[in-house]
Write a protein of this length. Structure first.
Length: 537
């Protein structure tokens, strides 16, 4: 597999250049489909498009098909691409997911398969190839594959890619229909339902029926949760459902209903972390998990297998563990169980966490260029740099932005505080990125306001805030948060739950090690000599 870490980034950059070059001629679905067909034919020429075609012609068929699908999405208008959330499953991941399904009993010689989000045919094409490799007749395989795709052009491309994989002509009757799978009725008739569904919030009014109430709260209906419910509805009792979905479902406080639904409706056979992020999808900072389920009526829950999947190492087992007794509780990564526990939380440090308030692109009228009587400096997420005091620099990195508020607004932070980034990107090695706010901010302006992409850590004493901030910036705390969360967005609720060593133990460790990283490890392990413990104030 050509991952993003090596040649994949170069291919993606080339594909973007080629898409830009042909953009004037791709205003319709038919035009985009024609361009993708030309791309797969490796036409001659010296332009970017022809060069990309020659590059793809050197790749294995699964990777060539993958990049053809990616290229199609690059031709879509940006707004439509975001709406459809069209990000395709790379070949190594599609193959690994199918391997898990086969391992747990899916029969390649007779099983019927549905992909309700079939754009690019990543799964159906992989299944088709595997079925024929087991001796099935291509025409028989064709009758056992079904898909739905909302984009007409992608549906046509998917049919063509599956037909090519099966060695059948363009007239082959590949069942990938055009439509919205969420607006169809489904009967439980498939032996394997497999999908990498789109994600993004939707409103109840846009949905058919009330199936969404099983998996979502009315204020947070995500497409991928709806597809999870759909997939289980379409699967036969006792059959398998395999999904590639955002990891937020595992611990996110907004996904309690989805976790409860999964535990009620299926045996959770396997949960896999997929990563690193830069090996998975282009332009996506979302962490993803693989979820393998067995639909059943009378469930006898057993331990769930946890593993990791990567392009370089394949499937690596972590172990089998019982999911929480409460069906709606978070599913942290079992590696958390292997780490020494500290037994404290940020509350034990006298520190509380709350989300940043100001949404600048919705309340732009509040922004000011100077510190007027009713205006307070705004701290952006980009102002947060570990090891440095946090300064309210402007969005462009110069000057200071201000926000007008009533003097009594609870949004104004007047106590000692640190600010933590609420999301991280692929280039950042840590999830937890925090910095203490410079005391000069309070002396000069009386307080500050932070944007909604931040979390504010507030305490009564500067020393308490600084101690927590230093701890959160260590690899030891970061590893525990990653195991607890599994997603790039930092949850205030999970941050409040994060296991930390007690303040006394951390201070004792700091007396032995000036390096915060070593002190944090020692404090978590609890192996501090009693002589050091007694000297803690």
């Amino acid at each position: 597999m050509v991952t993003w870490r090596d040649g994949g980034r170069a291919i993606l950059a080339h594909a973007r250049r080629a898409a830009k070059e042909v953009e004037p001629s791709c205003r319709t679905d038919a035009a985009r489909v024609a361009l993708v067909r030309d791309l797969l034919r490796a036409r001659a020429g010296t332009d970017e498009f022809s060069g990309l075609a020659r590059t793809l012609s050197t790749l294995a068929i699964d990777e060539r098909h993958y990049w053809a699908g990616v290229f199609y999405t690059l031709l879509l208008p940006a707004e439509l691409r975001r709406e459809q959330a069209a990000y395709f499953t790379p070949p190594y991941l599609a193959s690994a997911v199918l391997n898990l399904a086969v391992e747990y009993g899916f029969d390649l010689k007779s099983g019927a398969v549905l992909d309700p989000a079939a754009g690019g045919a990543a799964f159906l094409s992989t299944v088709a190839a595997r079925m024929t490799s087991y001796g099935s007749d291509p025409n028989d395989v064709m009758t056992r594959l079904s898909g739905v795709e909302i984009d007409p052009g992608l549906a046509e491309i998917s049919r063509a890619l599956i037909a090519e994989r099966l060695g059948l002509g363009a007239r082959a009757s590949i069942d990938v229909s055009v439509g919205d799978a969420l607006r169809r009725d489904w009967e439980p008739k498939f032996d394997l339902v497999i999908a990498n569904p789109p994600y993004g919030r939707v409103r109840p009014a846009a949905l058919l029926g009330e199936h969404w109430k099983k998996v979502a709260h009315s204020g947070n209906i995500n497409k991928y949760a709806l597809f999870v419910e759909l997939c289980l509805r379409a699967a036969k009792p006792g059959s398998l459902t395999a999904l590639v979905i955002p990891s937020s479902f595992r611990t996110g406080p907004l996904y309690t209903k989805l976790r409860g639904f999964l535990r009620d409706e299926a045996q959770v056979l396997c949960v896999a972390d997929v990563g690193p992020r830069d090996e998975v999808f282009a332009d996506v900072a979302q962490d993803v998990s693989v979820l393998l389920l067995q639909k059943a009526g009378d469930l006898q829950q057993s331990d769930t297998r946890f593993c990791a999947i990567s392009a370089s190492a394949g499937v690596t087992d972590i172990g089998a563990y019982a999911l929480p007794q409460d069906r709606e509780d978070p599913w942290p990564c079992p590696t958390l169980n292997l780490m020494p526990r500290g037994g404290a939380t940020i509350a034990d440090y006298g520190v509380m966490a709350r989300a940043g308030y100001f949404v600048w692109n919705r309340e732009g009228e509040r922004l000011r260029e100077s510190g007027e009587a009713d205006a307070y400096p705004l701290i952006w997420a980009k102002n947060v740099k570990p090891g440095s005091l946090c300064q309210p620099l402007g969005k462009t990195g110069k000057g200071t932005n201000f926000v007008s508020f009533s003097a009594h607004s609870p949004s104004i932070v007047r106590q000692p505080a640190a600010v933590l980034q609420r999301t991280t990107n692929n280039k950042q090695p840590r999830r937890l990125v925090a910095a203490v706010v410079d005391p000069a901010v309070y002396a000069r302006w009386g307080g500050f306001v932070s944007e909604n992409h931040t979390i504010v850590l507030i305490g009564e004493r500067q020393s308490d805030v600084a101690l927590v901030c230093e701890l959160l910036n260590t690899a030891a705390a970061d590893a525990r948060y990653r195991a607890l969360s599994g997603t790039s967005a930092i949850s205030v609720q999970l941050l409040r739950m994060l296991d930390l060593p007690s303040p006394d133990r951390l201070l004792a460790a700091k007396k032995l090690h000036a390096d915060p990283e070593r002190a944090a490890v020692l404090a978590y392990e609890g192996s501090i000599p009693q002589t050091a413990d007694r000297h803690v104030a």
